[in-house]
Design a protein. Structure first.
Length: 660
C-alpha cells in the first residue's frame, strides 16, 4: 500500500492536484483520458494514456506508455521506475511524490522500539526475506564469479548505484566468456535495495533457477545465485567493517596474553545441527567445559577456525570468533563515551536485573546460559537460540546472552544457506535430466515435414527451466534448418512449374496459328519454343522442330505451285495474274531474289502495255470520243494492278467523268 501525490509545477510554485491511495493488487493507468485511474490535466506533453502503475512484489513498477513526456528521476530520463519508500520524480510539467506507507509505519515502530532502550531489543525470526536485525550495519555488496563446478574466477565489489555486466570492456562487471552478451544484465541499487534485470541477452539470465524476463526488474537478496552462460555469480551483502573486525580479532588471538591459558580440548569438533526447534533443558549433554575467561575463549574458538574440514564450519567458526571476541570487549558496535566504563555499566545493568530474581530463577538462568553456550559450541544453533529466549523471559540481558543469540542466528542462516545450495544443486541436476529426456522424445519427431510449432509444443514442458539450454537451442536450430530447406525446395518447385506452364502455352499458341493457316507466324512461334530456356518436361521443343520442318515442306510445295501458275499466266500475256502468283510466292519466302526479279520484270512489261492503252484513251478524248476513251481506261483498271502507274492515272480520268 502506498500513496502518490501529484503536483502541477508553475515556475517555482507547485500546486497539489490529487492524492491517490494505491491499493495492493490493483493496476493503475495515468493519463488525460476520461476514466483514467490517475487523471492528468490537459497540459502539453501529457498523453491520453501516459503511464501505467503495476504492483511488483512489495514495490510498484511505473512504466511510461507515451512516446512523449519522459519520466525524470535523479536528473536521468528513464522509461521505467520502481517506487519504494519515499521517492520524488517528474513528468513535465507534473511533479510526483511517492510514499510507501508500510515503510513509514516500520520506521515509526523502529523509532518507538529504540525509545524503549537497549534492554528491550530482541531479534526477529521472521522469514529470511523479511528478517531485520536491530541496529544499522553498513553493508558492502559483492559479486563472486565462479564456474558451474564452483571454481572462483573473480570477485567484484559493487560501488555506486548501477552496474552493467557483459563482455564489453566498458562494463562495470566485465565477464570475458563466449556465451555472455556484450551487455548481458544490469544491477541497480535504490534505497539500500538491489534489483536485477536481463538486458535482452542472447542466452538469458537465471536468478535462483528462474529465467528473468528481458528488461523486467527482480529484487536481489544476499546469497542469490545468478547464472549466465557457463558461469555463476553469487550476490553477497557484507558488513563494511567485517575485515577490520576479523583482523582485530586475529590480532587478539595472536597476542601472548591469549595463549597464557592452559585450556585445551583436542577432541572438540563442532557439529552441524538441523532440525529440532525445541529443547528440554533437563537433558544432559556430553560436551567440553566451556572456558569462562576471555583468553581461553579466544584460544578455544581459534581452534574451531583451524579445523578446515569444510567451508561451512570454517565460516561458522569465524562468526563465533568475531562475535564472542567482541562480546568480551563489549565495544564492537558503539564507541565508549568519554569518562565512562561501558563494560561496567553493562555489568551493573545485568547484575541489577539478575539480582531481582529469586534464587531458583537465578540458578535456572545460569544453567540455561551454560547450556546455551554448550549448544552453540556443538553447532546446535536453533536450540541455543531457544535457550537464550528462555533467559530473556526473566532478564533482558545476562552476560553475553545477546551475542550468543546473534551468533546462533548467523549460524542458522549459514546452515540454511547450505541446505538451499544443496537443494539448488539437486534441482539443477533434476532439471537437466528432465530436459535431456524431453529432448530425446522431441528428436524422434523430426521429419522432412516438421513444423516449428510442433517442436515448440513438444519442448513446452521443459523450455521454461532454461530457454537458452544448448540442447534446446540446437534442436530448434535443426528444425529451423529443415523448415527453411523445405520452403526453398517448395519455391523452386513452384518456379519450375510456372516456367513449364509458359512453355506449354507457347507451344499451344504455335499450334493454333498452324491450324488457322497462318503458317509463317506458326513457324516463328515454334522456333521460339525450340530455342527457349524454359523447362520442357513434355518434350515440346522436339515437337516444335518437327512442326517447323512439316510447315516448311508445305510452304516449299506451295511456293513451287505458285511459281508454275505465274509462268503459265505470263505466257498467256496475263501479267496481272502472273504477278499476283509471284507475290504470293514472295510472301512464303520474302528472301527469294529470283521471285523478286521476276515480279520487277513483269511489272515493267505491264506498265508498257498499260501506257499504250492510256495514250490511246487520251487521243480519243482529245477528238471528243470520250466514251471510247473511258473504255480504254476501264481496260487498264481491269488488266493492271493498283500500285502500277497507269492504273492510278486511269482511275483519275474515270473519276473525272464520273465513271467510277
Amino acid at each position: 500500500m502506498g500513496q502518490l501525490k501529484v503536483y502541477l509545477k508553475s515556475g517555482k510554485d507547485q500546486k497539489l492536484l490529487q492524492v491517490i491511495e494505491l491499493q495492493s493488487g490493483k493496476q493503475y493507468f495515468g493519463g488525460r483520458a476520461e476514466g483514467s485511474d490517475i487523471l492528468l490535466p490537459e497540459e502539453k506533453g501529457l498523453s491520453r494514456q501516459h503511464f501505467q502503475l503495476t504492483p511488483d512484489g512489495e514495490v510498484w513498477k511505473l512504466t511510461v506508455l507515451s512516446k512523449y513526456g519522459k519520466l525524470t528521476y535523479q536528473d536521468q530520463v528513464i522509461s521505467e521506475l520502481l517506487l519504494m519508500q519515499t521517492m520524488n520524480f517528474s513528468i513535465a510539467p507534473l511533479y510526483f511524490e511517492y510514499v510507501d506507507q508500510h515503510s513509514q509505519i516500520q520506521k515509526a515502530n523502529d523509532s518507538a522500539l529504540a525509545d524503549t532502550g537497549p534492554s528491550h531489543q530482541m531479534l526477529s525470526l521472521a522469514p529470511e526475506e523479511e528478517r531485520t536485525f536491530v541496529g544499522v550495519v553498513s553493508q558492502v555488496s559483492f559479486l563472486r564469479l565462479s564456474t558451474l563446478d564452483d571454481v572462483v574466477l573473480q570477485i567484484y565489489q559493487l560501488e555506486g548505484e548501477t552496474w552493467v555486466a557483459g563482455r564489453e570492456t566498458s562494463c562495470a562487471i566485465f565477464i570475458d566468456r563466449e556465451r555472455i552478451s556484450r551487455k548481458h544484465f544490469e544491477i541497480r541499487r535504490q534505497e539500500h535495495i538491489y534489483f536485477i534485470r536481463d538486458l535482452g541477452s542472447a542466452n538469458g539470465t537465471t536468478l535462483n533457477g528462474s529465467v528473468l524476463s528481458p528488461n523486467e526488474w527482480q529484487q536481489l537478496a544476499s546469497g542469490d545465485s545468478i547464472n549466465v552462460g557457463d558461469v555463476c555469480l553469487r550476490f553477497e551483502l557484507r558488513d563494511a567493517q567485517y575485515e577490520d573486525r576479523v583482523e582485530q580479532a586475529q590480532h587478539l588471538i595472536n597476542s601472548p596474553a591469549i595463549y597464557s591459558s592452559g585450556y585445551s580440548d583436542q577432541n572438540f569438533e563442532p557439529q552441524v545441527y538441523l532440525g529440532d526447534s525445541q529443547f528440554n533443558s533437563e537433558v544432559a549433554y556430553d560436551s567440553p567445559e566451556t572456558p569462562n575467561d576471555f583468553n581461553s575463549k579466544a584460544q578455544f574458538y581459534s581452534k574451531i577456525l583451524l579445523k578446515k574440514e569444510n567451508r561451512v564450519r570454517v565460516a561458522i567458526g569465524g562468526i563465533l570468533l568475531v562475535a564472542l571476541v567482541f562480546s568480551s570487549l563489549d565495544d564492537s558496535s558503539e564507541k565508549k563515551p568519554a569518562g565512562r566504563n561501558v563494560a561496567s555499566d553493562k555489568l551493573v545493568k545485568t547484575n541489577g536485573d539478575f539480582a531481582k530474581l529469586k534464587p531458583d530463577q537465578q540458578d535456572y538462568v545460569k544453567q540455561t546460559h551454560k547450556l546455551a553456550k554448550e549448544l552453540l559450541m556443538q553447532g546446535r544453533y536453533e536450540m541455543a537460540r531457544q535457550e537464550i529466549l528462555k533467559i530473556h523471559q526473566f532478564v533482558s540481558l545476562y552476560e553475553d546472552s545477546s551475542e550468543i543469540e546473534n551468533t546462533a542466528v548467523q549460524g542458522i542462516q549459514l546452515q540454511q544457506e547450505k541446505v538451499r545450495a544443496e537443494a539448488r544443486e539437486r534441482e539443477k541436476i533434476e532439471i537437466e535430466e528432465k530436459i535431456s529426456r524431453q529432448l530425446e522424445i522431441c528428436k524422434a519427431k523430426l521429419s522432412p515435414n516438421i513444423e516449428a510449432d510442433e517442436i515448440d509444443t513438444c519442448l513446452s514442458s521443459v523450455v521454461q527451466f532454461n530457454p537458452q539450454h544448448p540442447g534446446i537451442q540446437a534442436l530448434k536450430s535443426k528444425v529451423d534448418q529443415i523448415v527453411a530447406e523445405r520452403k526453398i525446395k517448395e519455391a523452386q518447385k513452384a518456379d519450375y512449374a510456372a516456367k513449364a506452364a509458359r512453355q506449354k502455352a507457347l507451344y499451344q499458341k504455335a499450334t493454333d496459328l498452324n491450324r488457322s493457316g497462318q503458317l509463317l507466324q506458326a513457324v516463328k512461334v515454334f522456333e521460339e519454343v525450340s530455342s527457349s530456356g524454359l523447362p520442357d518436361p513434355q518434350g515440346y521443343k522436339s515437337q516444335a522442330r518437327r512442326e517447323i520442318a512439316s510447315i516448311q515442306q508445305t510452304l516449299s510445295e506451295k511456293q513451287s505451285l505458285l511459281e508454275s501458275q505465274a509462268e503459265a499466266s505470263y505466257k498467256k500475256g496475263e501479267f496481272k495474274e502472273a504477278i499476283n502468283f509471284l507475290k504470293k510466292s514472295e510472301e512464303i519466302n520474302p528472301d527469294n531474289e529470283v521471285t523478286k526479279s521476276k515480279v520487277t520484270g513483269m511489272m515493267s512489261e505491264l506498265k508498257k502495255q498499260m501506257q499504250t492503252f492510256y495514250q490511246e484513251g487520251i487521243l480519243e478524248e482529245s477528238v471528243g470520243e470520250v466514251e471510247s476513251a473511258k473504255t480504254k481506261w476501264r481496260k487498264i483498271i481491269k488488266l493492271s494492278l493498283p500500285d502500277e502507274e497507269y492504273y492510278k492515272k486511269a482511275t483519275i480520268k474515270l473519276k473525272k467523268y464520273g465513271a467510277l
